[in-house]
Design a protein around this ligand. Structure first.
Ligand SMILES: Cc1cc2nc3c(=O)[nH]c(=O)nc-3n(C[C@H](O)[C@H](O)[C@H](O)COP(=O)(O)OP(=O)(O)OC[C@H]3O[C@@H](n4cnc5c(N)ncnc54)[C@H](O)[C@@H]3O)c2cc1C
Length: 494
């Protein structure tokens, strides 16, 4: 895995490091049995600790590497900071269409782009710092935790007893086993944000959310990008039509895409890497490779067997609907157990696990209505069920779809690629799912989320007044369209 491009510790990196894993830290020395012990201080662990303290529990929080978890160091935060710069670079390329003469002089200063990423991480890191959580009255233990019994964890040689525990140890990048790959060096999400120069030619392996977001970002910043995935479609968990349209957006802007493709081997030739594909295509010659093929739950090193906690190397820790593991005193939440590996879901599940652990099993994880978004341009957001899941649950659907090209504000912003699709339970006002492909799909899906938490979501959406002109108007239009269609059918059959 490439380490060579890691910058000499800049001022921001040093500050971030001191916040999220202070070099001088004394773990508490105590014999007490904690009400709740939390392993992992990512978004889930930090939320769990805060909620547990607000319930007056005595709380121990254990972190082996970095407060803030994958999200702050190598995930949501640096990627969204990078996307802000790449979005502007993408827009600059279309400035002329909006009547702006900017000449050909402008250029991307990649090292400044990355400095900005680190600077913004350092703005956020104090909120995620070990010290901040200590000041909330939480006992912080830095070091790797591993179980030494059903109600005991060891950190740096010290045994910590607990009544209840929650494992929120997240994931790490899934690696590829390919001939020549290790010798050729490659990037993952844990090293790509340390690049200091823009790779002229980048191949991205993996067409999931991380691969798609970063492939487009580097393309907009000026790399020649080739995306390779063994899957049939980009974003395989999202709506098929949205994924096909995204592919068109990518290829129209110059990205090369190979779907249904396996890599046979990689060869290092000087500073170049030669990527041999199983299709008839010519081998690719690139400067960097990003491997983004998925996530692996962090279960190793925990000695789960000693605590009687069952798990699977690929799926992570097994829990029941209350997030309780095979050891009734131990719960699990976040990416290490969930199919939905997102910060907001990790936080929600972690909060639920705290309430169940401290107050008895009440909250069911199956009750959550889950939205997610891939922050490409346009964004693709999904919530609730898709058509296949509805079918499996024997829910008959009525579907309504509105193109963004019919929405005034999208026309004015020239952001017309995309659509809104609502899945509504037949003959009811209950929305069970939806997909939005739009420039601001993540914001729009939040309105749908509010509507779906009401059994009469369709009516709520059809009544919501929006300022004019906004793209969110499309949601009201979608709801009204379905209601009108029903009324027309009703009249026709009268
Ligand atoms: C490039 C990228 C972009 C992303 N963008 C988004 C986004 O835009 N929106 C979104 O919602 N999600 C995004 N995600 C996903 C998001 O980062 C994760 O869903 C989130 O971090 C999960 O939180 P968590 O607390 O469950 O786990 P993690 O963040 O993985 O935290 C787990 C913590 O546990 C610690 N740990 C592990 N084992 C031990 C041990 N034995 N002892 C002590 N500590 C231990 C780890 O060091 C880590 O700090 C992105 C991910 C990536 C990689």
């Amino acid at each position: 895995m490439t380490q060579s491009n890691i910058p000499s510790q800049n001022e921001y990196n040093q500050k971030i490091r001191e916040d999220i894993f202070p070099s001088k830290w004394n773990n508490p020395t105590t014999e007490k049995t904690y009400d709740l012990l939390i392993i992992g201080a990512g978004p889930g662990g930090m939320t769990a600790a805060t909620v547990a303290r607000s319930l007056n529990a005595s709380v121990a929080l254990v972190e082996k590497e970095h407060f803030g978890g994958e999200c702050l160091s190598y995930g949501c935060i640096p990627s969204k900071a990078l996307l802000r710069s790449s979005r502007l670079a993408g827009e600059m390329q279309h400035a002329k269409e909006l009547g702006l003469e900017i000449g050909s002089e402008w250029k991307v200063n990649f090292s400044e782009v990355m400095q900005r990423v680190h600077r913004l991480q350092s703005v956020i890191s104090p909120h995620d710092s070990a010290q901040h959580f200590k000041e909330l009255g939480i006992d912080i233990f830095l070091g790797e935790g591993h179980f030494i019994g059903s109600n005991k964890l060891e950190v740096r040689g010290q045994a910590i007893s607990f009544k209840k525990a929650i494992i929120i140890t997240g994931t790490h990048p899934l690696l590829l086993n390919l001939p020549g790959l290790d010798e050729a060096d490659y990037l993952t999400n844990q090293s790509i944000f340390n690049l200091t120069s823009l790779p002229p030619r980048l191949s991205v392996i993996g067409g999931g959310p991380i691969g798609c977001e970063l492939a487009q970002a580097f393309l907009q910043l000026g790399s020649h990008v080739t995306l390779i995935t063994h899957a049939e479609h980009l974003l395989p968990r999202d709506d098929r039509m949205a994924s096909e349209r995204l592919r068109n957006v990518f290829t129209d802007s110059g990205m090369k895409i190979f779907t249904n493709t396996q890599i046979q081997r990689v060869e290092k030739r000087g500073s170049e890497k030669i990527v041999y594909l199983d299709s008839n295509a010519e081998p690719l010659v690139v400067d960097e490779m990003l491997v983004a093929i998925g996530r692996k739950p962090t279960v190793e090193g925990l000695d789960l067997a000693k605590a009687g906690v069952t798990y699977d190397q690929q799926k992570g820790i097994s829990t029941n609907n209350f997030l309780q593991t095979s050891n009734p005193d131990i719960y699990a939440a976040g990416d290490v157990t969930s199919l939905y590996k997102f910060t907001h879901i990790s936080k929600e599940l972690s909060k639920m696990a705290v309430i169940n652990a401290l107050n008895g099993n009440k909250e069911k994880s199956s009750s959550l209505i889950i939205p997610w978004c891939t922050f490409t341009e346009p964004e693709i957001a999904h919530i609730g069920l898709n058509e296949q899941e509805a079918k499996e649950q024997r829910i008959s659907l009525e579907t309504v779809m509105i193109e963004m090209a019919t929405v005034d504000r999208a026309i004015l912003d020239e952001e017309t690629v995309g659509f809104v699709k609502l899945l509504v339970k037949e003959d009811s006002d209950e929305i069970v799912g939806g997909t939005i492909m739009a420039a601001h799909a993540a914001d729009l899906i939040s309105e749908l989320s509010v509507a779906m938490n009401s059994e009469k979501g369709l009516i709520a959406l059809s009544k919501a007044i929006h300022p004019f002109p906004v793209q969110a108007q499309v949601l009201r239009t979608a709801a009204e369209t379905l209601i009108k269609k029903r009324q027309t059918l009703h009249l026709a059959y009268k």
